[in-house]
Design a protein around this ligand. Sequence first.
Ligand SMILES: [Zn+2]
Length: 248
Amino acid sequence: MEIVDTHAHLNFSNFDRDRGDLIKETLNSGVWMINVGVNYELSGKAIKIAERYREGVYASVGLHPIYSEEGFSFDSYKNLIKSEKVVAIGEIGLDYKSEYMGFKKQQREVFLDQLSLAGEVNLPIIFHCRFAHKDLTEILSKKDSLKGVIHCFAGDWKEAKRYLDMGFYIGFNGVVFKLDLEEVIRKVPLDRVLLETDCPYLTPPQESGRNEPLYIEYIIEKIAQVKGISYKEVAHKTTTNAKNLFNL
Ligand SMILES: [Zn+2]
């Protein structure tokens, strides 16, 4: 059975020197991945990488809020989606870290454009949200028929509950080792949990250096421990979730 790292960035230059070997090792260990775009160039690169593999490597395309000033071209991104390896739109959303507040309005505009694109092509969305849950839930509550995952969840249970009520999945990664998310992990039903690494970022404390898809095992262990269930159950159920949401 495969495990799916639903949020990796092997399209980043951190992996340029050994990408092929790393992907081979990852797939041989039964871990699949979705490489997530953050702008036009890296979305295209994620697709090129995915197209080298028959299965197990997929791509998501989108303009990350911190790159909003690059501008979003609806037609160019729509063109990328012609590849059958594209399984999601993302990561897109809002980032209210102080250095990105200067273009808050533009973040909102490119986000709304990308929500329209996701609706038009009927793909799930990978949401990035930092310090902006209030605005994000307000925008999403006015839309319907969107599906997706709140990636790198770092909020509290009340915020998680709002997303669950709207039908979204919650993505857990190495942040579970940095913040106290135990209440959220305990309360989010397993059938709404997705696993991710966000590699090369957020390396679990058991490892050092760059994060990699295979370190997903530590996230599984943590969720299993907090929920008081087996590693196997977490792996199995979250794989089903990922396959359902992204139609893998
Ligand atoms: Zn990411």
